[in-house]
Design a binder for this molecule. Structure first.
Ligand code: HEC
Length: 110
């Protein structure tokens, strides 16, 4: 009985720490921008990104959405990140080209 309780406790703690990891952004906004500097977004647009690279972009935009931009309102920030996340998930290159508008987002949030 004691052992079962211990197992349950360990499983519970593991579950909690996993969830905490999920909530923590994987990349800072600046780190996410490094992928732009490395032109990962262009690779994606040309259909040349590997599965891992596509996942990296997706993680980067999800991470950005969990953080606050240096300026601008939250609603606009959320819309921009949601559009990026959706375009990558849907593999929609046209929507992505619109969403990844560097100047548009920098003007409002950087
Ligand atoms: C959805 C919004 C958004 C889009 C789209 C976006 N950026 Fe950014 N970018 C930001 C924000 C916000 C910052 C400021 C981050 C900070 O200072 O913490 C930033 C900062 C940067 C930086 C400076 C990073 C640093 O280390 O200070 C570079 C370089 C950059 N972006 C490149 C790009 C390029 C290239 C594109 C287009 C392909 C792009 N970004 C598209 C939001 C965006």
């Amino acid at each position: 009985m004691k052992r079962m309780l211990l197992v349950a406790l360990v499983a519970c703690l593991a579950g909690v720490s996993l969830r905490a990891d999920d909530d923590k952004p994987k990349y800072t906004i600046k780190e996410a921008m490094k992928f732009h500097k490395e032109k990962l977004h262009e690779k994606f647009q040309k259909g040349q990104a590997t599965k891992e690279e596509t996942q990296t972009l997706l993680d980067a935009y999800i991470s950005m959405g969990k953080q606050k931009p240096p300026k601008g309102d939250e609603k606009s920030w959320k819309e921009k990140n949601d559009a990026l996340i959706k375009a990558v998930k849907d593999d929609n290159k046209e929507a992505f080209a619109k969403a990844v508008n560097c100047g548009g987002c920098h003007g409002a949030h950087k």
